[in-house]
Ligand binder design. Sequence first.
Ligand SMILES: [Zn+2]
Length: 122
Amino acid sequence: MPKLDKGVKLPIPSLKPGDTRSRPIKTNRKIYDSKRWKVLRHLKLIDNPFCECKECEGLDTPADMVDHIIPINMGGDPFDKRNIQSMQSHPCHDAKSGREAHGKCERWTRNSNGLKIPLRNK
Ligand SMILES: [Zn+2]
């Protein structure tokens, strides 16, 4: 009967720090409670105190939170500066979360050739 060498550990998926693949929703709390996130969030709001959502473009809407552009649950890196944006929680972030709750950041449609293209609401 084959046996594993002593000291050889099988890889445990999604448990290494920084590995965010297929991380369940529950563990997001650990990210938001971490000092690393709090510092990153703080610096982001100092760096850009205004809402960065499309609707607020050109307006100086004060941001009161930091949002993940690609949600953590959808594979976004929680600690990548390129994946965060300053936002106003209401109504901007609420609207984004609503879109994400339907399983997509963008709405998609198909053009006359059957190709999948982003649906623009405006
Ligand atoms: Zn906004």
